[in-house]
Design a protein around this ligand. Structure first.
Ligand code: FES
Length: 161
């Protein structure tokens, strides 16, 4: 999905660090703060202006899980696939959420409303199966409850009221 990126937003970040390659992680974090992810065009510009090879930039970006190369949704849904959740039907929760949103693990809805991720454990094993929507943890989920929580239909209806 091609998106127009406003590269002028990048200038303050590059100026601040004056192309210091040793600050690469910090620069990438700041670029991600600006765009919510790391657009390829922004990384190309960083590479040119700071004279950092793209191979080095990508090595860092792909090493750290904090960096995202694709746009992320305004709402982040994390379904737990840890052992406790798995044995209590975590995969059914994931199926239900995937069906409801029409995306699979690691994807974002085209309207950038939701991103779906799976995580190893969210530290709520006693509440398995569990999932997190933004900052809110939901435990002892059933597939229908999980689908309801992420349901777009319901949210639209709520807005109309
Ligand atoms: S395994 Fe799911 S919360 Fe720990």
């Amino acid at each position: 999905m091609p998106m127009d990126i406003d590269l002028s937003l990048l200038a303050p970040v590059l100026q601040k660090h004056e192309g210091r390659g040793d600050a690469l992680i910090t620069i990438l974090q700041e670029i991600q703060e600006v765009y919510s992810y790391l657009p390829e065009e922004a990384l190309n510009r960083l590479s040119r202006e700071a004279r950092i090879p793209m191979s080095r930039i990508y090595a860092v970006v792909t090493f750290y899980t904090q960096f995202y190369l694709k746009p992320r949704g305004r709402n982040i849904i994390r379904v737990c696939r840890g052992t406790a959740c798995h044995v209590r039907g975590g995969s059914l929760i994931l199926d239900a959420v995937e069906r409801e949103l029409g995306i699979t693990d690691g994807e974002t809805t085209p309207d950038l409303e939701y991103s779906l991720e799976t995580v190893a454990c969210i530290g709520a094993c006693a509440l398995a199966p569990a999932m997190v929507v933004n900052e809110n943890t939901y435990g002892k989920m059933t597939p229908s409850e999980a689908a309801k929580i992420v349901s777009r239909k319901e949210k639209k209806e709520q807005k109309v009221e």
